[in-house]
Design a protein around this ligand. Sequence first.
Ligand code: COA
Length: 145
Amino acid sequence: MLIRDYRPEDFPQVEALWKETGIYTTERGDTAEIIVRCNQSGGKFMVMEEEPTGFVAGTSWITWDGRRLYLHHFAIRPDLQGKGLGRSLALKSLEFAREKNAPMKLEVHQSNLHAIHLYRSLGFKVFEDYDIYMNLDTGTAFDAH
Ligand SMILES: CC(C)(COP(=O)(O)OP(=O)(O)OC[C@H]1O[C@@H](n2cnc3c(N)ncnc32)[C@H](O)[C@@H]1OP(=O)(O)O)[C@@H](O)C(=O)NCCC(=O)NCCS
């Protein structure tokens, strides 16, 4: 398996992988344009490529807000899970954080025990006292006042 930077032509396979692994919803609004924008802002989108087929086997989307890195859409194709690929893609992602000398955050559903096991084994710690808040109503957020 090769771990390389995302290329625009990967998007159809990337989107298919997200759908297959249950991490895609239209309300998240994750498009090819947003990937490019995040990379231009100092993030990194890693693709795990199956050799020799060239098919996308995994994705790790790291965004940068100028202060911290955020890991999103971390996934391995279902037929390739449980073989250590997730661990190697996560290690490569953490290598990027070390290079950037920045901490990495992520969100994971409480029921996603495999992912939690992996993240904890790599040194991620849960902030038990915090909940995640998000305002998805981008159109009217400021009209409320
Ligand atoms: C989470 C995910 C990326 C892990 O990738 P993976 O390639 O299957 O993980 P690995 O094979 O590297 O295994 C990593 C650890 O998780 C455990 N694990 C992974 N899949 C497992 C399974 N199906 N059953 C039991 N344990 C599993 C492994 O035992 C391993 O732990 P160990 O090294 O202590 O033995 C993958 O399951 C996935 O894509 N899930 C769907 C998308 C998702 O939920 N992403 C996370 C969003 S936050």
